[in-house]
Design a protein around this ligand. Sequence first.
Ligand SMILES: Cc1ncc(COP(=O)(O)O)c(C=O)c1O
Length: 497
Amino acid sequence: MGDLLLQRLAQARAAATQRQPTSRLLCACLREAILDGTLPAHTRLPPTRDLASELGVSRNTVLYAYDQLAAEGCLVSRTGSGSFVADLSADRFIATPPAVGAPVPPPEPVALPSGVSARGEALLGRVSATDVQWGAFLPGLPDVTEFPQQRFAQITAQCARRGPPALRSYATAGGHPVLQRSLAQYLRQVRSVQCEPEQILITEGVHQAVDLLSRMLADAGDIAWVEDPGYWGTRNILRMNGLQVDAIAVDADGMQVVEPAPGRVPKLAFVTPSHQYPLGPIMALSRRLALLEAARRHGFWVVEDDYDSEFRFAGQPIPSLQGLMPDAPVIYVGTFSKTLYPGLRTAYMVLPPALVDRIGAAQMELYRGGHLLTQAALAEFIDSGHYAAHIRRMRLIYGQRRARLVELVTQALGSEWLHPFDSNAGLHLVMAVPEPLRDTVVAQRAREAGVLVRPLSRYFESPAVQQGLLLGFAAVPIEGMDAPFGRLQRCMEPLRR
Ligand SMILES: Cc1ncc(COP(=O)(O)O)c(C=O)c1O
């Protein structure tokens, strides 16, 4: 055995591309000899002292190799009798590893499954998120460069110093109680939401809230109402969870609430009443009342997505639908993605008391939430007035940017290019593009010219789509607006002829 190992050790040393300890080389040679059957099961290995002197290495080197192979299950040691090659016949899954330093042979071609599930395939057929998430005029983005990063970092560091170890553990149901308290107070004051802190559930973005609600409040095959046009993210999550999506048309008063057709009563209805996404109208009071009445009568939940209502540039804030009446059948959803920045991935729901415990338990079970330290910092950020101050400051900035973009559109193209439902709010503007322009073609050309806009037609479910473009203005400083707008305009010129 000594000769065999001596020979293999020499080969391994020669093949090694970099210096390896002898103990590891010996270990690899022994392992190889065991796995390729050169040393069959039950073979007794020489005593460590003898092998060490045969190979001209230290006894410790051999001891290391034997110990390592015993730990791997290749050897068994019997006290007083020595070390024996283990019977590996049952371990058919063990492949012979290449000798240390030897070139790795190409793997046997194995056909790994490359398909995804049918619902995965369907999702991939509808993907709408872009692979670039920053730049003029990508819609839906706040100006993340204006976020008071230093102040937030200081607050986070203080929370980390003062807070208990549990801040770094998994979240318990609902999220951090201090943020639940701060948000309840904020939502009552600013959004007229009727809620107690315990009703608040912190989520990883609106996306997680929609996912959780659609899984917990509906079954596969159930129907959900969405607005048409509406947010594709919501539609995709619903469909991924097996729901059928009934798209309800939107006009200048928001969702055109209808009496559900027989057999098509929804379990959930998703609306953006304060600022319809993406067209911008405010849902009229009569429509709000009709929706709540239908929800009560047919027993479905309305999910109010209040994604960017903090940014209205004229008039009074629009009160929430949830707060319209006591015990409204509404689940309110809000997010820090637009007020602070989307990478925070922090949003919240206000759940009716009867659902709090069960949906909270499901959230813990499904996602094992965390980020309690960030939640504690957010609570402090809100309580100390920084949140409200940041929103006030950004409202001014965004209002000016919006005004400049409106000016650019009207001066360069004409006021008829502003969508008639456009309200003086939010983070994006909708441009109605006239025939013969196709919004998808314009968006593609613009992208090639380094300008990011989204085609309105992609937000529609129904085939009777409108052509338009969504232009995000919030993250584009006034002095940086003319150039990309000029490029967008130049992309359209040849297409208009
Ligand atoms: C209407 C609407 N709801 C929700 C979201 C996403 O929110 P979050 O970032 O919290 O998942 C968006 C993103 O643009 C949106 O437009």
